[in-house]
Write a protein that binds this ligand. Structure first.
Ligand SMILES: [Zn+2]
Length: 78
């Protein structure tokens, strides 16, 4: 079973579809059981979606995603 820490660390891999089928299943399983992580991933997905819409030519880089993850963690409203 993945931990919340795993989810945070691998969220960009998940969004970039860089995971194997089994890894994704484990990831989703955790999201189903953990409210905190499912909320976190929803927010992250929403932000990434917005970024893609603003600049559809550019794919979101790993660094951008990591920056977003950090921002979400720091924002007390998130
Ligand atoms: Zn969690």
């Amino acid at each position: 079973m993945l931990t919340c820490r795993d989810i945070n660390e691998r969220s960009s891999e998940y969004l970039d579809q860089q995971m194997s089928f089994m890894q994704r299943m484990n990831f989703r399983m955790h999201l189903m059981l953990c409210k905190h992580c499912s909320r976190f991933m929803r927010q992250l997905e929403a932000v990434v979606h917005t970024l893609h819409r603003l600049s559809p030519q550019q794919s979101t880089s790993e660094e951008q995603l990591e920056e977003l993850v950090d921002k979400l963690h720091q924002d007390p409203q998130a």
